[in-house]
Design a protein. Structure first.
Length: 36
């Protein structure tokens, strides 16, 4: 499960145009986890 800070960072990266796999690589989780 992702923390609130991780979720906030994912939103920022998504707004910057990063895809789910890039975000997953950055936070060190699987792509399905980053998608949640």
């Amino acid at each position: 499960m992702l923390s609130i800070k991780e979720r906030e960072q994912i939103v920022k990266w998504h707004q910057q145009g990063k895809n789910q796999q890039e975000i997953a690589d950055l936070i060190g989780c699987s792509q399905p986890t980053a998608h949640k």
